[in-house]
Design a binder for this molecule. Sequence first.
Ligand code: ZN
Length: 177
Amino acid sequence: MDERAKVLIMNLVELMRESQQRVYDYEFADYLMDKTGIKPEELVECGIYGSRPLHPDVGGIAQREDGSILHVFREHYGEGGIFKSWRRFYLGALDEVCYVPERSDSGYSRQNFLDLCDGDTELAEQLFEAVTWEHPESWIDQAIASGEWNICDGCGKLYDADENSGVCPGCGKEEKV
Ligand SMILES: [Zn+2]
């Protein structure tokens, strides 16, 4: 990449910062980081990357080269010992392990969170932020049981009942009360 292109990209970053544009596209963010040398923390700090603060990791994890988990260094959080990494969830690769619940050796990646939420980014992020020690599946079950989340009986879409006033954003069907 020549100098002129680098300058253009840095100008773009500056423009985005000033106009408070956010990047939600991970590949684009990777591209920006790769081409400018700007660090993920800096992208977050200047408000360009995502909308949520990055907390420091809870616990740690050691993985083999193939990505399988060698050891989970658990830290107490919520009601158990877990590993949770906001940085990995928001800035890592889709298949990077970013959460290991209490009493479990299986890791969850951003992709797993998305899969649990039918690919809905907002819900996946809400779910990731919400879990403190439990399995994400259990959290969803509870959210549905308490009415916080709803499964539309029209189209089957999972959605946040409060944020959508009980109306399915997928098909517009109203929640039965
Ligand atoms: Zn629906």
